[in-house]
Design a protein around this ligand. Structure first.
Ligand SMILES: [Mn+2]
Length: 308
């Protein structure tokens, strides 16, 4: 192995994200990224556990029972005692690596945290919300900067941090337990101080906690320095393995090689794949993509009314 393996990659997902996690880890192995991986799971079917384990170098970690969304477990997963490498990388399970991204999995400076800064500044980054962050950091951490260190907040589907920051990961987790409701979903009411849950709480600490790591100046994992090597994050719902929509169609050509590789490796058969990932269904899925937001809303409404 030529690439420098000093990082453990951690990710997590409930059963709706099992396919996402499988594709993420498959994209690593396909690109020669042999880093150890720990996958947080809840209620995964046995067959999905078996498939992801067969990629090699993968450990499963059953997530604690919680009414909070899985993303609230990010710092806990990054802080696991069983991690043996010097660095740790959180990668959301709704993503794949394009090319060999090993270089982006290690920071240049141990003092820094690698996360992307939002540009343009998101609309919830208001003086009122910042004041709530500052007050909460002061209240729960004991002290806070009087002004935010940054003029924007950060995005956390992909995070790289050195293991010397374990106390900070613990702080991030505890702060979520302190400021988020017990049953928080993936996003809170738009515009509220912690609208993006785990991401907003992380930002509140990076902006106001004087002991927090500094955010690295350049974020390279989005292909900013090499367009052929990047972490492709499938933002917004539904996810490509659930239903293609007009926005996510752009990811189709990125995802197909990973799906084909899983089939070639004998890890899945075409008929095991979710319909949106099957070749034969692609013309139909592409044509139906503009309807996806409406279909998705109806599925969610049905779940709300009649249960899952
Ligand atoms: Mn995500």
């Amino acid at each position: 192995m030529k690439n420098d393996i000093r990082t453990t990659v951690v990710t997590a997902g409930d059963r709706a994200f099992a396919w996402g996690a499988l594709l993420l880890v498959a994209s690593m192995r396909r690109n020669g990224m042999m880093h150890p991986v720990i996958v947080g799971t809840t209620q995964w079917p046995e067959v999905m556990k078996h498939r992801i384990l067969s990629l090699g170098g993968v450990t499963l970690h059953e997530l604690p029972n919680s009414r909070r969304c899985v993303a609230c477990q990010k710092p806990m997963m990054m802080n696991l005692d069983e991690i043996e490498t010097e660095w740790v990388c959180w990668a959301d399970a709704d993503a794949v690596f394009v090319g060999d991204c090993s270089e982006w999995l290690i920071g240049e400076n141990q003092e820094e945290i690698i996360v992307r800064k939002y540009d343009p500044v998101p609309p919830d980054f208001t003086p009122e919300n910042l004041e709530v962050w500052r007050r909460d950091v002061e209240h729960f951490i004991g002290h806070a900067r009087s002004e935010s260190l940054y003029a924007t907040r950060m995005n956390d589907p992909f995070v790289v941090i050195h293991r010397k920051w374990r106390f900070f990961l613990e702080r991030w987790y505890n702060q979520m337990m302190n400021v988020l409701p017990d049953d928080v979903g993936i996003i809170m009411k738009h515009g509220t101080p912690y609208f993006q849950t785990d991401e907003s709480v992380l930002a509140s600490l990076l902006c106001f906690d004087p002991e927090a790591p500094v955010v690295a100046e350049t974020y390279k994992a989005n292909g900013s320095v090499d367009r052929s090597r990047y972490y492709a994050h499938f933002a917004y719902n539904p996810k490509p393995w659930q239903m293609w929509n007009s926005y996510s169609l752009r990811w189709h050509d990125t995802l197909v090689p990973v799906v084909n590789w899983l089939v070639e490796q004998g890890i899945v058969k075409q008929c095991d794949l979710p319909i949106p990932l099957r070749k034969a269904w692609w013309p139909f899925c592409r044509a139906a993509a503009p309807l996806a937001p409406w279909v998705w809303r109806m599925i969610k409404l049905k779940r709300k009314l009649f249960g899952a």
